[in-house]
Design a protein around this ligand. Sequence first.
Ligand code: ATP
Ligand code: MG
Length: 389
Amino acid sequence: MEIILGKMGEVVLKGLNRKTFENRMMRSLRRRLSQIGEYNAYTAQSTVYVEPVEENQNMEQAFDIVRKVFGLVSVSRAFSSEKDITDIINTAKKELAPNLLRARTFKVESRRSDKSFKMKSPEISRTVGAALLKAFPHLKVDVHNPEVIVFVEVRDFAAYVHVDPVPGAGGLPIGTSGKAAVLLSGGIDSPVAAQRMARRGVELEAIHFYSYPYTSERSKQKVITLTEILSEYCGDIRMHIVPFTKIQEAISANCPEEYFTILMRRSMMRISEQIALRNKCESLITGESLGQVASQTMQAMAVTEQAITMPILRPLVGMDKEEIVQIAREIGTLETSNLPYEDCCTVFTPRRPKTKPRINNVVEVEKAVPFEELEAEAIEETERTVIGK
Ligand code: ATP
Ligand code: MG
């Protein structure tokens, strides 16, 4: 029978909380699996097992789901066999044939957690290795640099054979590190920031500032699609869509152009802090990266965050654009982020933004706009939807 094995990462290091961590992870996993069919998912010996309840269930799709569960460091598609060396060999010959036919070199690695099994690990490896060499005469053993490693695991209830595991999503199960609100634009950076904090166990709410008609329905849809992709990792995400047009127009009508961006960003922070507090979030998350644009200098970030008291998490602050793009590609958000759209910020972008704003000047300039009123109104008119797959 084909099953999926996932190895737990940091979860196992958490001592007393381990059960909570496992339960959170299994809850996310079972909920996602239940959307595609009937599977048994359970843990034993720091490993997650996913078994189809019936034959012919979609293991490909189940595998994709398991790969997106935070808390697992590696995932493999494995085949179970009787705890009998002949059956182990036959299972490996039959089920791993596609991998072995493609390779020129291999080795066998065995683990035996059931110590009552008669053979010790090195002997299992030798016996299975010899049988595979006989069945696939084109193969050679290479213990240092094999193209394929055949893993044999003899565990409590069964034995399993599989080839090289692939990396899992890593991190900590969702909900084990509290809740935060991510400021989600349609760009490349903020979805990556969201996924990175979710990977540390943070449950997410999303906030998007929408500037209709300066930005179109299409750009709102884009952010919704990005949130759907994130929900594959995080489960359902509540999304707050804040109408931001009036505030931007008030800024551009009443303030010097070089301050547009910083004022807009401070206003976004104040609104987000309020929404976050009302929804029991303990911090905000942004996709800022030091020096990437004029509003992301150290001085600009300082003046931005002085608008609020809630902590702002910036998981990308020390990353290069290329690294961020690479992660976006891995997690599946890049293609959507790359679609053309109007960033609400580009519409009101100053030609020469202040890269070293001073808080006193900013506070002075800010007086020209009745922010408190406008922000209360924007929060009032915020649309909420729950997004999930
Ligand atoms: P991104 O690629 O995430 O759009 P960016 O490089 O375009 O970021 P900025 O436009 O300076 O950078 O935005 C910095 C951060 O502010 C974003 O990463 C995001 O967290 C937040 N932000 C910007 N615009 C919006 C918006 N319209 N709605 C919600 N959050 C936004
Ligand atoms: Mg952007």
